[in-house]
Ligand binder design. Structure first.
Ligand code: NI
Length: 180
């Protein structure tokens, strides 16, 4: 398995709208495994293909404590939303930043699984938030888009400063909270 490079905000490639997956084959399953490895290694609970510069409608999630419930959703589509909740979100493409975002508390999702078979699932709480956040990535959307322009400006400055420090060999201390 290979650890993939995660694009960081404001990289314009994160704005690409992903195309549907036509064929679920071994190549795609190997990409799923690489995405899961990349997500776990980065202390993430979700990762969309867009974030690793592959513009296909594919995402992986695992909100379990023991990293033993990996889930791949191919061509996912939310078909039902119930209630609204505010959760503090982070994102592997916006490292170290966390803020409140409003999303549906419960959802019903249709997708293809890693076997290529269609399935439907219900999700609520963190899993529901995570799936909605990842589907946004496939649409070229980031959680910071829900924040004010002033906040986005501050975030861009902070990340730019951190990238500079990193280039000089002084990586920023990152919080241990999971990011999606
Ligand atoms: Ni994200």
């Amino acid at each position: 398995m290979t650890r993939l490079t995660i694009l960081e905000y404001p990289d314009p490639r994160l704005r690409t709208i992903a195309q549907p997956v036509d064929v679920v084959d071994d190549g795609l399953r190997s990409l799923i495994d690489d995405m899961l490895e990349t997500m776990y290694a980065s202390n993430g609970i979700g990762l969309a293909a867009t974030q690793v510069n592959i513009h296909r409608r594919l995402l992986v999630v695992d909100v379990s404590d023991d990293h033993d419930q990996p889930l791949a959703l191919i061509n996912p589509e939310v078909v039902e939303r119930e209630e609204v909740d505010v959760t503090q979100e982070g994102c592997l493409s916006v490292p170290g930043i966390f803020d409140d975002v409003e999303r549906a508390r419960r959802i019903r999702v249709k997708a293809l699984g890693r076997d290529g078979q269609p399935f439907e699932m219900r999700a609520e709480g963190l899993l529901a938030v995570c799936i909605q956040h990842e589907i946004d990535h496939l649409e070229g959307k980031l959680f910071v888009d829900y924040l004010s322009e002033l906040k986005r400006q501050r975030i861009r400055k902070k990340l730019e400063k951190e990238r500079k420090l990193r280039a000089e060999g002084h990586p920023a201390a990152r919080p241990k909270a999971p990011a999606i």
